[in-house]
Design a protein around this ligand. Structure first.
Ligand code: ASP
Ligand code: MG
Length: 417
């Protein structure tokens, strides 16, 4: 292994200060679903280059490619070896990048596609859920200096053991944010199939509005509450590195939603930013466990735990349905009594204005009570009230709360009237 002179994220921030006009543009699976769309993406990247930017693009795999590859693996083997699974599923992103580079050449511009490894994305050795430990962006800088548009395969890197790793589903978001941080980009543009972050899921609440801006904290709560537009980890990374995100549609030029530090202007906005929901969490009740042992074991099994409530000897927690196998195995392995239920959904009201404005909880519970809905479990933070309610009541609860806080109007309750 030849040694190369590498730079880490923090060093890079000092040594190669933000070069004005570097932009990271990330395109999700639907935005590159077919050749026509890839050509459209190429056109957009060329446009950004011609406007004078240094352009780094991060692409997802075309359409459902990753799902297909995962299916193929499980058809071949009941428990695919994690290293080989990563070799396989990292391929989809490379396809998109190579095709986009070809299309850019046809438009008369220079472009180069890079794997995560070639792009210098170094991770730990946890296959399928790797964490980025370093971004060694020398090669990207060289390509940008040579006037090229750089295409980086999303959702993957190379481990400290030199194996291909993937970052978890939706991980191209993380690739993009990490590159934006390492390159000191002005912003990280997240192109997707929706126009931005909405006050609620427009399929449930037709009057839902696109939000102009939300703080990192609000976006974290919205994502944890079920908003699917951005992967939770990528928002955490953006917050800790101060990367401004712009979620927008790849099918229009309209402004989307900005995600950034809370500032003065945000204080002028509505107290509540949105209502999100998820139908994909199970609630567990455990008796006879020491919390330290229980949550340590769950963490080791790779299960992400959300709401935790302890009253006396009983511990209640929730975890995504996608982690059911891990949680079940862990609980069976401990000497505890446990049960789970999958008949609840979580409805979360999120807004930075809650911190300073009393009465939000009261209005939330009275709105639900009017519908005859009694929350089974409630979990709050300074900017969130989350209620677990029966699955069949989730949509009604979302619509009623959206209404009660007048989120459909530009004049929704202000923090400083
Ligand atoms: N293609 C991967 C997935 O579908 C990564 C991504 O799109 O962000 O999860
Ligand atoms: Mg995808």
């Amino acid at each position: 292994m030849a040694t190369t002179q590498y730079e880490s994220v923090p060093e890079l921030a000092g040594e190669a200060p933000a070069r004005a006009g570097t932009v990271v543009m990330k395109f999700g699976g639907t935005s590159v679903a077919d050749v026509e769309r890839i050509k459209a993406v190429a056109g957009r990247l060329v446009g950004a280059r011609e406007a004078g930017n240094r352009v780094v693009a991060v692409l997802s795999a075309m359409g459902d490619t990753t799902d297909e590859l995962v299916r193929l693996a499980h058809e071949t083997s009941p428990r695919p070896v994690p290293r080989e699974l990563d070799m396989l599923i990292s391929v989809g992103e490379r396809v998109s990048c190579a095709l986009a580079a070809m299309a850019i050449h046809d438009l008369g511009h220079e472009a180069i596609s890079l794997t995560g490894s070639q792009a210098g994305i170094v991770t730990d050795t946890v296959h399928g859920k790797a964490k980025i430990v370093d971004v060694r962006a020398r090669r990207i800088h060289e390509a940008l200096d040579a006037d090229r548009i750089v295409l980086v395969a999303g959702f993957q890197g190379v481990s400290t053991d030199f194996d291909v790793t993937t970052l978890g589903r939706g991980g191209s978001n993380l690739t993009a944010v990490a590159l934006a941080a390492a390159l000191g980009a002005d912003a990280c543009e997240m192109y997707t199939d929706v126009e931005g972050v909405f006050t609620a899921d427009p399929r449930i609440v037709p009057g839902a509005r696109k939000l102009h801006a939300v703080s990192y904290e609000e976006m974290l709560e919205l994502a944890a509450g079920g908003a699917k537009v951005l992967q939770l980890r990528s928002v955490e990374f953006a917050r800790s590195h101060g990367v401004k995100l712009h979620v927008r549609s790849s099918f229009s030029d309209a402004d989307g939603t900005w995600i950034r530090e809370e500032d003065e202007r945000m204080l002028e906005k509505a107290i509540i930013s949105g209502v999100t929901h998820t139908l994909e969490e199970a609630v567990y009740r455990v008796e006879g466990a020491k919390p330290s042992e229980l949550f340590q074991a769950l963490a080791e099994a790779g299960a992400s735990v959300d709401t935790i409530i302890q009253t006396g000897p009983e511990i209640v927690f929730s975890a995504p349905l996608s982690d059911t196998a891990e949680v079940t195995r862990t609980l069976d392995g401990l000497d505890v009594d446990w049960s789970s239920r999958e008949d609840l959904g979580k409805v979360s009201l999120v807004g930075a204005g809650m911190k300073t404005h009393p009465g939000i909880a009261g209005r939330t519970f009275s709105t639900l009570a009017e519908l005859g809905i009694e929350p089974q479990i409630v979990n709050t933070s300074p900017i969130k009230i989350a209620c677990f309610v029966p699955l069949g009541d989730v949509e009604r609860a979302v619509a009623a709360l959206h209404d009660a806080f007048e989120l459909h109007t530009e004049e929704a309750m202000r923090a400083h009237d």
